[in-house]
Design a protein around this ligand. Structure first.
Ligand SMILES: C[S@@+](CC[C@H](N)C(=O)[O-])C[C@H]1O[C@@H](n2cnc3c(N)ncnc32)[C@H](O)[C@@H]1O
Length: 264
């Protein structure tokens, strides 16, 4: 089945929120000017890979790894996952989406993330996005691959670190913080960003980015004595008749009819 090519990132299906799209850019750029590769475990239809692709410099490589709906026995750790992804996900669809934004294709590892263990050089990456299997054992293994692949001043981003239906991700992430030397940098509602290096320069970059932005808030928290930034999207009132417009846009029609009667 052929589908229309995406014209903007919003046209690409996925769960990648605007605040994280921006944080990817801020944190990848904050890894410094020394070349380093980018790696994504779990690319789905390309939404986050396309954003990562914007930051691939000369001599650098973006590698993405995904099963692309492969049903080879036992590839997907959760039985329902294969059924869900096979509805929409093919390698061709990923490649077409990526090509709509970038001339240079990424290096694709079509398989399980465990296949990455040998092909990625130690200390070769400056940014890794872990967003493949959300089972504890798999994420824990992905963290070990990342720890070896990432250079000291590098960043790892974890998806769904606090999502209720995939508690294994949080278990693996916090295990890495408390037993594998991982240091949180900042977190959004969907993703946690961390480093095995010094979090401070990354946190400074996040603060600088948020400065003067009415639609982004940054608050400092502390975990086990280390600072961590909480980043969120702030609601900005719409200019000109803001309250009325906000009510119009957010209320279901049945309530809207009632509210209209009492609004000036
Ligand atoms: C949540 S989606 C990734 C979303 C994508 N990063 C984005 O933001 O658009 C998870 C992806 O991981 C892949 N996946 C699941 N388990 C995997 C595994 N063990 N190894 C490799 N890929 C896996 C799925 O096929 C799916 O495409």
């Amino acid at each position: 089945m052929s589908r229309a090519l995406p014209r903007t990132l919003d046209d690409v299906p996925g769960w990648f929120q605007p605040v994280d799209q921006e944080l990817f850019g801020v944190l990848i750029e904050a890894t410094g000017s020394e070349p380093g590769d980018l790696l994504e475990m779990g690319c789905y239809l390309g939404k986050s890979a396309i954003v990562m692709g914007r930051h691939v410099g000369r001599g650098e490589r973006l590698t993405v790894c995904d099963l692309f709906g492969d049903e080879t026995h036992g590839n997907y750790s959760r039985p329902g996952t294969l059924a869900f992804y096979r509805k929409t996900l093919t390698r061709d669809a990923f490649e077409a989406n990526y090509r709509a934004f970038h001339d240079e294709p990424p290096h694709i590892v079509h398989g399980r993330t465990t296949d990455l263990a040998d092909g990625i050089g130690a200390g070769s990456c400056r940014f890794v996005h872990i967003d493949a299997s959300h089972q504890y054992e798999d994420v824990s293994g992905d963290i070990d691959i990342t720890r070896r692949a990432l250079r000291p001043h590098g960043i790892v981003a974890f998806d769904d670190y606090r999502t209720a239906h995939v508690p294994g991700v949080g278990a693996a992430v916090w295990e890495a913080v408390f037993t594998k030397g991982l240091r949180p940098v900042c977190l959004s509602s969907s993703k946690l960003y961390a480093t095995w290096g010094d979090p401070e320069p990354f946190q400074a970059a996040v603060r600088t980015w948020a400065k003067g932005r009415a639609d982004r808030t940054v608050a400092k928290d502390t975990i086990a004595g280390g600072p961590v930034l909480r980043v969120s999207a702030a609601k900005v009132p719409v200019q000109g008749g803001g309250a009325r417009r906000m009510v119009r846009e957010r209320l279901p029609p049945v309530l809207l009819r009632t509210v209209r009667k009492v609004l000036p």
